[in-house]
Design a protein around this ligand. Structure first.
Ligand code: AMP
Ligand code: MG
Length: 346
């Protein structure tokens, strides 16, 4: 009888764990790709579908990483070489949407988002696998490149034929590639029948659907110190992206030099340490977060309006937080005491 009771206990435990699984059919997978940690969360799909979809997304992202890489030998690097030599190139299919989107978004941001400044990014040491250790580059070299004013307006795109009228143009899609990659990954999940998911590429994410009967809740990283600064509940299909000076930087003689370059000065943008943007698609949110970071405390509102962005949270270099009303209404602070936020209409 005691043995029989043991079986019942085991059966009950199995049954309970099966029930627990049915209540919480959340599948999560972490992948190291795209030069970052990518987290895939899928809710409510059959486990084999979720597994298949995640591995497909992993393969897609790896392919994009290879196609769009700015310094390893890649189709982009080869294209840049030809453009600099004044040749007309046929843009590879995988790169064409990035070029098209970047021309539009760069124009709308009045050049704050400017993926044509690859040479400056390289000069600062951010086009390499290891972080630079300093010193910062020679001022003269910065000045020479900045004065050549490489911009997306220097490009002439005719169908898939591209040429540049400025030999200083070197494309680096670091400010939009993760976002666009996340968009493509979400499209792949949908195509495979997944309706509720988050793809999060190092804090840059797009969410679709829900987490069961409640919305997905996502965290925004604290730009100084570890952990989450605030969380947001997503509404249907939304992208939330952050640009921060903590992502890639080096310190030299007590000063931080980070990877977001102001094309006007040729130096790391000043005045802001992080910008979070919510938009419909991740490519737009990605380009916008970089553009607003560059635009800085004085000009970000104007740039947001031009880009059609209404939900913004910005932390300036004094640690002060500003948010648009549409964003402020959604923030739940996860730090104690909650910070003071200046709510400002655009
Ligand atoms: P994000 O983290 O999205 O703000 O992107 C930063 C990355 O974009 C950098 O590592 C550079 O590769 C690139 N980048 C830096 N400054 C700019 C800029 N002003 N416009 C476009 N891309 C930039
Ligand atoms: Mg960006």
């Amino acid at each position: 009888m005691r043995r029989f009771g043991g079986y019942i206990a085991i059966m009950l435990a199995l049954l309970l764990s099966a029930c627990a699984k049915r209540e919480e059919p959340l599948y999560q997978q972490q992948l190291l790709t795209f030069g970052t940690l990518v987290e895939i969360s899928i809710w409510g799909a059959d486990k084999s579908l979720a597994q298949h979809a995640s591995s497909q997304v992993g393969a897609d992202l790896q392919q994009m990483h290879n196609d769009w890489h700015a310094w390893h030998d890649s189709p982009l690097v080869r294209m840049n070489r030809a453009l600099a030599a004044g040749e007309s190139v046929t843009v590879p299919v995988s790169i064409l949407p990035l070029v098209q989107k970047s021309i539009t978004l760069s124009r709308a941001s009045e050049g704050m988002f400017n993926p044509a400044i690859g040479r400056l990014i390289k000069l600062w040491g951010f086009e390499q696998d290891d972080l630079p250790i300093g010193p910062p580059p020679d001022l003269k070299a910065i000045d020479t490149l900045t004065k050549q004013r490489p911009g997306m307006n220097d490009l002439i795109l005719d169908g898939s034929q591209l040429r540049s009228t400025n030999p200083a143009v070197q494309l680096d899609f670091g400010a939009i590639a993760k976002g666009y990659g996340v968009d493509l990954a979400i499209a792949r999940l949908r195509e495979l029948g997944v309706q509720n998911a988050i793809i999060n590429a190092g804090g840059n994410l797009r969410a679709i659907g829900k987490h069961g009967d409640r919305p997905w809740r996502i965290g925004i990283r604290n730009p100084r110190g570890a952990g989450v600064l605030a969380s947001i509940e997503t509404r249907g299909d939304e992208s939330i992206l952050t640009s921060g000076d903590y992502e890639r930087f080096f310190e030299y003689q007590g000063k931080r030099y980070h990877h977001i370059i102001d094309p006007r000065s040729g130096c790391p943008a000043t005045g802001v340490i992080s910008v979070t943007v919510i938009a419909d698609d991740a490519a737009t949110a990605d380009a916008a977060s970089t553009a607003l970071f560059v635009a800085g405390p004085q000009r970000w509102r104007e740039t947001a309006k031009k880009l059609g962005i209404t939900q913004v949270m910005l932390v300036d270099d004094k640690g002060r937080m500003v948010a648009t009303p549409a964003m402020a209404a959604r923030l739940r602070f996860e730090v104690d005491p909650p910070p003071k936020v200046t709510v400002t209409p655009l």
